[in-house]
Design a protein around this ligand. Sequence first.
Ligand code: SF4
Length: 259
Amino acid sequence: MKEVWCRSALTSSKLPGIDYSLNPYVGCSHGCVYCYVPSMLRKSREEWMGKMAAKRNIPAVLRKELKSKRKGVVGISVSTDAYQAAEKKYELTRKCLLLLLKHDWPIDILTKSPLVLRDISIIKKFSEAKVGFTITTLNEESRCILEPYAPSIEERINAMKRISSHGIFTYAFLGPLFPEVEEKDVGQWVEILVDAGVNEVIIDNFHLRGSIWEEMARVLPEEKKRIYIERIKSKYYEKIFLRFQEEAKGKFAVLRAFM
Ligand code: SF4
């Protein structure tokens, strides 16, 4: 991984509930086939992954910005995973968390990695902190196809349990929820999420966007591809969302992602 120097740490965000995004790394080693970031940067996934970099000076830049910017919720991270493998070595996310804690800024962490558990003792001290885990499927075979280098679903669910057991607000981001879930399976999903102690679940659709779908079509088996297209074009997500709301009533909140 390359090391680069950045000029800014906090970027204003229009995402709901987030005022700034903080991305300690460029690129992401999880390599999700559906990731929208490379297409936004007009790069191929291989190109994006090949240019991964650690922003070596991001803690120093953040330290200055925390003194001058208006306090707001910091999303960690929006265009990378702050707990990807490189974080074990660089600890940039950890250093940034310590600075945010010093000024007690609210944080919202979204990750696919159990490495976030390393920082529980810091996260617990914030007045306002949320930790979310992306759970797109319960089918490990599909996870391997579409999130080839990301931690397994089991590891994420176990990490979610640990986080929630510390009294930290925990959510599951089911986005993009792979369109493989049957309505009859939603009860089992809800049981797993209740057991993991989630406070909230956010559901997002799979979108059939040009270059992303081309990548997906290259890796998905024919039968899955057919099912995905059929369901994405139908009212599938509306039905699944309503089913989640019914099954989760009185257990946790179910929201639709901002589209
Ligand atoms: S974890 Fe997020 S940022 Fe990283 S490749 Fe997957 S979708 Fe993209």
